[in-house]
Design a protein around this ligand. Structure first.
Ligand SMILES: CCCCCCCCCCCCCCCC(=O)SCCNC(=O)CCNC(=O)[C@H](O)C(C)(C)COP(=O)(O)OP(=O)(O)OC[C@H]1O[C@@H](n2cnc3c(N)ncnc32)[C@H](O)[C@@H]1OP(=O)(O)O
Length: 189
């Protein structure tokens, strides 16, 4: 596997690029030139490809007290998850930007759901409960602002034979904006 620092630099550049593509106001000639140059960067990267975006496997993740979710994926927000007993949490100190906007100035609700779902399922996985999400009840209590520190929280509430209940929430600048209850079902593979 390649050096993590080099990959981290690439991913950071990729996230900045995605932001720049979203916001750019340059003329058509510059857009065309940028597209051509990006195609050549793509060819450089595709010279050697992994079949999947690298990540820790479900089995290797059991009992890991820290887990870096989507670290190498520029499309989704990167979450540094922490697990401590029945609790899990993840911080996004700078919050999220307009790429994830729903209502003007506010975080899209679907993105809140992704963040919570990622943490609740990973908390169950941390406990060795290999799972998929069967049901997710979401209440959007307050608007979640962009560019505002976010914390995602999860608590393992109940473990049944096949069903696991985990509560989750999104806290924006100290206020709980989204609350969720997940029904996870244990699966073999
Ligand atoms: C340190 C960490 C690092 C992590 C490192 C790697 C990452 C680790 C992440 C973990 C994992 C990733 C997960 C990502 C989160 C997705 O994105 S998951 C993707 C979205 N979800 C899906 O695709 C699931 C699709 N659905 C299914 O496959 C099937 O419906 C299910 C969920 C397996 C259930 O089907 P089934 O096997 O036939 O089970 P069934 O007998 O119907 O139900 C079992 C139990 O669940 C209950 N149940 C089923 N559905 C529901 C429902 N919707 N509501 C309430 N109860 C329900 C049943 O009532 C039953 O309860 P009991 O009778 O046992 O009390």
């Amino acid at each position: 596997m390649e050096n993590d620092d080099a990959r981290a630099r690439l991913v950071e550049a990729g996230r900045a690029l995605v932001d720049a593509i979203g916001r750019t106001g340059v003329d058509d000639a510059a857009l065309t030139e940028a597209a051509d140059r990006l195609r050549s960067v793509e060819a450089l990267l595709r010279a050697i490809e992994h079949e999947r975006v690298p990540r820790i496997t479900y089995d290797d993740a059991v009992g890991m007290e820290a887990y870096s979710w989507q670290r190498w994926n520029v499309v989704l927000p990167h979450l540094e998850m922490r697990f401590d007993g029945i609790k899990g949490s993840a911080e996004l100190p700078e919050g999220l930007n307009e790429l994830y906007e729903g209502p003007t100035g506010l975080l899209h609700g679907g993105i809140s759901v992704v963040l919570i779902d990622a943490l609740v399922t990973s908390l169950a996985q941390f406990h060795g409960l290999r799972n998929v999400t069967a049901g997710l009840t979401i209440n959007f209590r307050k608007p979640t602002l962009l560019h505002t520190p976010l914390t995602v929280e999860a608590v393992l509430e109940e473990v049944h034979d096949r069903k696991v209940i985990v509560s989750g929430s999104l806290v924006s600048d100290g206020k709980t904006t989204v609350e969720a209850t997940a029904v996870l079902v244990r699966v073999e593979r």
